[in-house]
Design a protein around this ligand. Sequence first.
Ligand code: 4AD
Ligand code: MG
Length: 461
Amino acid sequence: MKHTDLCDIFSSTENYVDKDITVCGWVRTVRDSKAVGFIALNDGTSLNNLQIVIDKEGFEKADEALHLSVGSSISVSGKLVKSLNDQQPVELHPTELTVLGTCPSDYPMQKKRHTLEFLRTIPHLRGRTNTFNAMFRIRSELAKAIHDFFQGRNFTYVHTPIITGSDCEGAGEIFRVTTHEFNTPYNTEEEYYANDFFKKKAGLTVSGQLEGEALALAMGKIYTFGPTFRAEKSNTPRHAAEFWQIEPEVSFADLNDIISLATDMIKYITKAVLDACPEEIDFFEKFFEKGLKDKLNNIVNSDFAVLEYTEAIEILKKADVEFQYPVSWGLDLQTEHERYLTDKVFGRPVFVINYPKEIKSFYMKLNPDGKTVAATDLLVPGVGEIIGASQREDNYDLLLDQIKSRGMTLEDYEWYLDLRKYGSAPHSGFGLGFERMLMYITGVGNIRDTAAFPRTTGSLV
Ligand code: 4AD
Ligand code: MG
């Protein structure tokens, strides 16, 4: 169907004024007054509605048009003219109108404003609200900006497997992949897996990092951008069972190099969204976070803090706050601690560096102190951790020690150890949680409102 997108009409109005055009979309509101009536039409390509002005005397389908129900889909042709009303730049004076799809009165999107909680129960329809229209457009622009950033810096985009046999983070949050039926006749675990599809235990990847390392030690610089999965039982506003991760991996790079890369990337993608989506950002500023635009401009223009884990613990110990989890060196920082550091102490993004090795993953490079690893988390106000990063252990023996002492199955990691045997090189990488970044950029407080069809424990709508 030949028609013009509303976003083009609003972004280059001069090309369409006084011309005959056809638009298609869904009826947002219908308003009737004395000689004329109005339909607000939205086609999803813009937050703005196009006003269709119905001349009750002059337009033969006026009666049908003014009886359209909210949510109906229509095609309208006519002349686009400059509007006399300063609420909108242009309006359409129709000469033809075709109803494409009617919409009965049980349509749940009749009301002007629904709660986010209600909208989560109808993910197939909530994209028709301004909130989700704005969110999904920002999500799309953010993805584009991430690819632009890495591709402009000699990184190769690689696709790592979704089904894997290894647990990168070792946190036991793997969704199992199996073709076994409910009632299987096997007596032992060994027998059970030996008879399964892959003839071994398989699961959905929690991270593309391990395979990403193999490719970085071949291509120099790579990044992944794909779905990752965690059987995360904690029912919080920041955890999803399925989320997208961006994982660059860089050969010949140490922790400082990867901190610089992460900083440059966050600034670049934030600026890209500010430039590409000014109306959407205004929308989130108005309805979700006061001061959002200033916050985003500050991300682009000011430095991020860097804080030793040991210093973070000292700050938290001195804090005039009763934490639920008591603070001592060795503590795995909880949301309450992260929030105190970002929201109360720094008020800007903070890289916490050099964590105790016991609370971090097996692959992280041991520091010369023998107690800490060259790892960092990027914590940001309002959200908490958005990036986990580290220099990788590139010493064969030290890595082998970690695999053994953590009771991991050596067989599953032999190929990974090979990378330290054949031309091992210092290398580092990070993982950015895409939905967490969206929470930060939009000010939306729940990860369930950043993905089209969110997956969380107990919920698969
Ligand atoms: O800190 P994580 O667990 O790090 C890794 O997976 C490393 N392998 C990354 C790497 O070095 N290549 O996860 C990385 C990020 C977190 O900082 C967070 O933003 C996001 O992924 N994340 C989640 N986002 C939503 N829901 C969850 N359940 C998440 N778990 C982690
Ligand atoms: Mg982490």
